[in-house]
Design a protein around this ligand. Structure first.
Ligand SMILES: Cc1cc2nc3c(=O)[nH]c(=O)nc-3n(C[C@H](O)[C@H](O)[C@H](O)COP(=O)(O)O)c2cc1C
Length: 142
């Protein structure tokens, strides 16, 4: 929705060795271990050249009030100097947590107000999610 509204290029950060359990509880446990150990899983492929972008929308699910560790791998592999990051998060109750602040400290970029959308709305209530997206884009100046 954001890409459609802003005509953005999209790069999906996908884990290279995706051995994550598909069962929810088991996945939460693996993810917690990764967070605790500060894991930096590798990702697949590469984003388009950062030099061509001033604003980068960084979207992530909220995992344990944080991002999946692979997002940190991606962030640390790029130069965010003079970039503006617009963070958006899906969650099931925790909202943004302090993910925008975490992105600010990991990137050193200028970070806009974030958008939090329930994961179940993003998946099953597209109209509600789209309203939230459009309002947020307006708020942050798009
Ligand atoms: C490992 C893991 C940890 C999660 N931790 C949280 C959390 O701390 N707070 C919260 O609101 N939702 C939490 N969730 C729910 C996810 O945010 C939700 O499933 C996700 O945003 C849906 O997006 P997706 O379909 O892209 O995974 C967690 C989910 C997983 C799998």
């Amino acid at each position: 929705m954001i890409a459609d509204a802003t005509n953005a290029d999209v790069f999906e950060v996908k884990v290279k060795n995706d051995n994550y359990p598909t069962a929810y509880k088991a996945l939460t446990e693996v993810a917690l271990q990764e967070k605790k150990s500060g894991a930096r899983p590798e990702y697949v492929g590469e984003a388009p050249d950062f030099d061509n972008y001033d604003v980068i929308f960084v979207g992530t699910p909220n995992w344990w009030s944080d991002m999946p560790m692979v997002l940190y791998t991606f962030i640390e592999a790029h130069n965010w100097q003079n970039k503006t990051v617009a963070p958006f998060v899906t969650h099931e109750g925790s909202g943004l947590s302090s993910i925008p602040e975490k992105i600010r400290s990991a990137t050193g970029a200028n970070v806009t107000d974030g958008l939090a959308v329930y994961g179940h709305d993003a998946q099953n209530n597209r109209e509600k999610a789209n309203k939230a997206v459009q309002n947020w884009l307006k708020e942050i100046g798009f």
